[in-house]
Every structure is written in C-alpha cells, then in structure tokens.
Design a protein around this ligand. Structure first.
Ligand code: SF4
Ligand SMILES: [Zn+2]
Ligand SMILES: [Zn+2]
Length: 323
C-alpha cells in the first residue's frame, strides 16, 4: 500500500482517520501532533525569553512514551533559548526492571546532550519498592505506594530544578482510560481536577502556586503509534513492563477501549474531545468549593505540601519501616 502523500510504501494505516503513511510522513505526523498540542495548550508563555526562559522538567522513565516525548521536545525546543529542558528519572528500586530502563534514559540524554537528573526511592526515602511490596504494611497494591512516592519526588525535584512545568509522556490511550475511569467512578470533582492539573490549556486552567503544573504533549498520539515512532527512529526505549504492575481496573478499561476502538475506530479521540469539554465545565463549576481551598501546610517530616501535619508519603514510609 502506498503513502497518501508520496509514492513510498506505507508503514501504517490509521483506521480512525483512514490515513496511510510512509515512514517519513508518519514520523512527521506524530511530531506535528505534539507541536500542535504544545501550541494549543499554550505551553510556551508569551513572555518567555532567552533572559528568562521557561524551564520544562520531563519525567523520563525510559519507556517508549517518555523517550519519544523527550526526543520530540528536544528536536523542537533543544535550540530554542526561550525553553530549558531537563530530564528527570525516578529509580523505584525494582530489581531487573528500572536498571534497564534507566540505562535507556541515560543513553538518550547523552545522545541529546540533555541535562539528566536521577532520583531514587532508596536514597530519598530509605525504602526500595521491592521491600515495600514484600512488607506491604497497608495491604495495598504496589502501585498505590509507588504512585504516592513518585508524585512526591517528581514534585519535590521539579521545584528544586526551578521547573515552570512538569511534562509527562501520557499518550492518547492513557488519557482515554483515565477519562473513562473517572466517568465510571462517577467522580465529577476528579474530572474537574484532571482539567486543572494536566489536560487544560495553560490559558484556561486555574493554576495555584502550590504545585508545579503538569502537561502531557503526547496525549493526542495513540499508544501504538508512539511505539512505532520509537521503533522507526531507533530510540533507546525499554519495553518490559514493571513486574509489580497491578492496576487491575485500568487493565480492564484498556481491554474494553481496544475492543471498542477496533469495532468503532475513533472512539478514543471522541472520548477525549467530549471529556475535555466536560472537564472544563466541571472545573469552572467546582473551582473554589473543593479542597483546593484548604490551606496547605508543610509536612513536619519532609516539608512537602500536605493538608494535614504529616504527608501521605511520610506516613507510608513510616509504616514500611515499622514492619
Ligand atoms: S507499575 Fe506500579 S509499582 Fe511498577 S513502577 Fe509503575 S507505579 Fe510503580
Ligand atoms: Zn510518504
Ligand atoms: Zn512528608
């Protein structure tokens, strides 16, 4: 089959759009979608300048999504003096998994001559995920601990690196899954928070000084296309899944969405189009009467922001240490 734009062989067919694209035109179309998202979400502030650049910290796990995001952002902004890019990797302490993906991250940042910071649970919190899983003091899924730790460390380091934005590699499938999960859980405040936290454009969001705002420039690109892009560009991405991956509900939703997409191409795009509009309305409605009004304190132990006196991360670490 030929490419729609030239006479080379197509490497992919997008059933949701009917497009057939060759390697070059496919890669260009992925890059174009990321750049359009950066523009539409107003990620580059109007007043960013070489004297006062906007600092973007990229959460780089070494998996295909964050590797592709880092690569495209570096191609687009690597020589733009208004933007400073820094990659940040978290080492959870999961035997046989994170070491390899960290190697991929190191290799990528060396290739791109990008500043790269690595933070580990062990050094920062004194616990490794492997120990947490073994002790499991709260009787929770591994990801429930890991998510709290990761969020806290990303936030802490983004602040230390003077980040204006924290960018993550969530793709279209990830976001459509989250959207559907929020619907199915019937949690409209969660939908509202999702808008202000990461999916609204920077000109429509209510931003607070409490947290470094997030953005997901890869969220228009389906997972399969991210994987194909990483493969075609021969990027050093690590593919193995974390052995503790345990978000069972998300897995069910993922299967459901893949099935729907197969029978009704375009489902993920239409979910997100409707969801974003609803999320914006929900955000406007719920702003100011949720817990964002709660004064945040500094955690007594670590100084992170928390609604109470000791943050969730410190409580979890303490529970693990007590076993
Ligand atoms: S899958 Fe779960 S345990 Fe593994 S790195 Fe991700 S959040 Fe952590
Ligand atoms: Zn072509
Ligand atoms: Zn704390």
């Amino acid at each position: 089959m030929e490419c729609d734009k030239c006479d080379r062989d197509a490497v992919m067919v997008a059933s949701y759009s009917g497009a057939h694209l060759c390697e070059n035109h496919f890669c260009a179309s992925v890059e174009k979608r990321v750049r359009r998202r950066v523009r539409e979400d107003s990620l580059v502030p109007r007043d960013a300048s070489p004297d006062d650049p906007d600092t973007w910290v990229i959460g780089l796990s070494g998996g295909k999504d964050s590797v592709v995001l880092t690569h495209i952002l570096d191609e687009t902004f690597g020589r733009d003096p208004r933007i400073e890019l820094v990659a940040l990797s978290i080492h959870e302490g999961i035997e046989g998994y994170r070491d390899k993906s960290l190697d991929a991250s190191v290799e990528l940042c060396e290739d791109l001559s990008l500043q790269h910071e690595v933070v580990s649970y062990e050094e920062e919190l004194g616990v490794r995920m492997d120990d947490v899983v073994e002790k499991d003091p709260e009787n929770m899924a591994p990801c429930a601990y890991c998510g709290v730790f990761r969020r806290d460390l990303l936030e802490q380091y983004a602040e230390e690196l003077d980040a204006d934005k924290l960018l993550t590699g969530h793709n279209l499938d990830d976001e459509a899954q989250t959207a559907l999960m929020n619907f199915l859980e019937g949690d409209v405040t969660q939908v509202a928070k999702h808008f202000d936290a990461s999916i609204g454009g920077f000109e429509e969001r209510a931003l607070t000084d409490d947290f470094v705002p997030r953005a997901k420039p890869l969220r228009d690109v389906p997972e399969k296309e991210v994987a194909l892009y990483a493969h075609l560009k021969d990027l050093p991405a690590h593919i193995t899944e974390c052995p503790h991956a345990s978000e069972a509900y998300r897995g069910e939703i993922q299967q459901l969405l893949l099935k729907l997409e197969e029978n009704h191409p375009g489902t993920r795009h239409s979910i997100m189009a409707g969801y974003e509009e609803l999320a914006q309305m929900a955000a406007q409605q719920y702003r100011g009467d949720g817990d964002e009004n709660v004064e945040l304190n500094e955690c007594e132990r670590c100084g992170s922001k928390t609604g109470g006196t000791v943050c969730r991360k410190c409580k979890l670490v303490e529970a693990v240490e007590a076993v």
